[in-house]
Design a binder for this molecule. Structure first.
Ligand SMILES: *[C@@H]1O[C@H](CO)[C@@H](O)[C@H](O)[C@H]1NC(C)=O
Length: 167
């Protein structure tokens, strides 16, 4: 009896976490998405490479918003990185249309794929929230909803929804 309950319970948990057509990647392959902030540029910058973060002068390391993949493992989509030269803003989106619109109409340069993330809340992932501060011309991202509220008050930000899901 105990065993069959455990099997039934684990089936329910599995069914919720991963629909039949989703194979979750090995979470151990995920690495922290590093987050840096430059007071001078008023810019948040996210990379998976510590060397690249070090090379970006003047960015202090802040709390990571979560773990991501460096290759396109099952169930993930690319997180695109763009930079606005004028406003010293880095923008990250998993939306190809927004990426292309930002280049065509908003003065952003496409800088490639930063990481791979989940497009929906599968495989025990959590939302990566996005906000924009017009005052600082700064897009930033966090999976900590308390921090999003705090930074939102500090920077006078607009909440811009969920960019994707991270571990
Ligand atoms: C993707 O971006 C475009 C342009 O910004 C927007 O109209 C569209 O609603 C976005 N799609 C999703 C799924 O958010």
């Amino acid at each position: 009896m105990k065993l069959s309950f455990a099997v039934a319970a684990s089936f329910i948990v599995t069914a919720v976490a991963a629909p039949a057509d989703v194979t979750c990647p090995d979470a151990k392959a995920a690495v922290p998405l590093l987050r840096g902030y430059s007071r001078l540029n008023k810019d948040h910058f996210y990379v998976t490479s510590q060397e690249e973060m070090n090379a970006a002068n003047g960015y202090a390391l802040k709390q990571s918003p979560g773990r991501v993949f460096t290759t396109q493992v099952p169930g993930t989509v690319p997180l695109f990185r763009l930079r606005n030269a004028a406003g010293l803003d880095h923008l990250y989106t998993a939306n190809e249309t927004e990426r292309d619109d930002s280049v065509a109409n908003n003065g952003y340069v496409y800088e490639g794929v930063t990481a791979y993330i989940f497009p929906s809340q599968i495989c025990d992932s959590r939302p990566l929230y996005r906000a924009y501060s017009p005052r600082e011309s700064d897009h930033y991202y966090s999976s900590d909803s308390w921090e999003m509220g705090y930074l939102g008050d500090t920077y006078g930000s607009l909440m811009e929804g969920v960019t994707g899901y991270v571990l």
